[in-house]
Design a protein around this ligand. Structure first.
Ligand code: BJW
Length: 255
């Protein structure tokens, strides 16, 4: 394993390397946001089926909006941490040889300054209509008391509800996003590919399979995670510990 001058592990990134990063809830844990699985996680207080599926939304839209309103409040109160900032610093250094794909909907990568970013499970801060094709729009409002209705549909005499612009279980991810990830892994800029997954349990597909995509494109694969992730055996290198502590050093962009 490559190490820096103090003998700490270092992900080898030179001017011929492109870096594909996938992040999950663990990268925001040190910003004070709850992860999903495990003790104290978001799924401990809620059944996944109730709040993160289209069927759950159809059954109790008010409950789903209360859940996502609380998530909006928590994410707005949180600040990006050293791991988010390290990725933004890497972007400033290597530009289009970096692509960050986050499963998080909390907006912290963008607030840290990351622009080469795909929010592959959507965003807490966008809302869309369940019925019409109006594009998703920016929305930080809290819908704790009632379920918001689409005013464009109302103008056409139809009652339709608004929903968070989040990819729930059983829903398709944006095919343009998936295409960009594949294209970057297979023939993006830079002769050498490094894949880094940070703070994700590797339980949720299709993102859990990106490590295989990177490996079959000849990439070296790294996992940076607090606990052993479900798909850890798929990686060449596993570094265990908190992302905010480890990532600046691993990427060579120490603060
Ligand atoms: C730290 C840390 C610190 C903590 N530092 N680390 C193939 C096989 C089987 C099933 C499927 C399959 N393909 C598709 C499916 C179905 C399904 C799926 O994956 N199911 C599995 C659960 C089995 N996938 C889908 O439905 C997807 N759609 C799809 O594939 O459509 C086609 C299709 C449908 C149906 C069947 C077949 C094909 C959509 C998935 C959408 C996921 N949406 C969610 C919720 C919405 C977002 C939100 O509300 O925020 O996204 S689920 C939830 O999990 C959320 C997350 O983005 C996602 C991943 O969680 P993550 O980030 O890994 O968090 P945790 O909490 O699990 O883990 C945190 C990790 O961090 C831990 O390991 C800690 O150790 C670590 N950690 N502190 C470093 N400080």
């Amino acid at each position: 394993m490559a190490v820096d001058s103090r003998g700490e592990p270092r992900i080898p990134i030179d001017e011929a390397t492109r870096v594909l990063v996938v992040t999950g809830a663990g990268i925001s844990a040190e910003s004070g946001l709850a992860t999903f699985r495990g003790a104290g996680g978001l799924w401990e207080g809620h059944r996944v089926e109730d709040v993160a599926t289209p069927e759950g939304f159809a059954a109790d839209s008010a409950l789903v909006w209360r859940f996502y309103s609380a998530r909006r409040t928590a994410a707005l109160a949180a600040q990006p941490n050293a791991a988010h900032r390290a990725l933004a610093a890497l972007e400033r250094r290597i530009g289009d040889r970096l692509l960050v794909v986050t499963q998080n909907v909390d907006g912290l990568h963008r607030r840290a300054g990351c622009e080469r970013l795909i929010e592959i499970h959507g965003s807490l801060f966008r809302t869309r209509c369940t019925h019409c094709t109006r594009p998703p729009f920016a929305d930080e409002a809290l819908h704790e008391a009632e379920v918001p209705a689409c005013e464009l549909c109302a103008g056409r005499g139809r009652r339709a509800y608004l929903r968070p612009d989040i990819v729930w279980f059983g829903e398709l991810l944006d095919s343009d996003h998936l295409g960009r990830v594949e294209a970057f892994a297979e023939q993006g800029p830079g002769r050498r590919l490094v894949f880094v997954a940070v703070g994700t349990s590797g339980n949720v597909w299709p993102v859990a399979g990106f490590v295989d995509l990177a490996a079959s494109a000849g990439g070296e694969t790294w996992l940076v995670n607090l606990d052993p992730a479900g798909n850890a055996w798929r990686f060449d290198r596993v570094v265990r510990g908190p992302a905010a502590e480890l990532l600046p050093g691993l990427l060579g962009v120490g603060e």
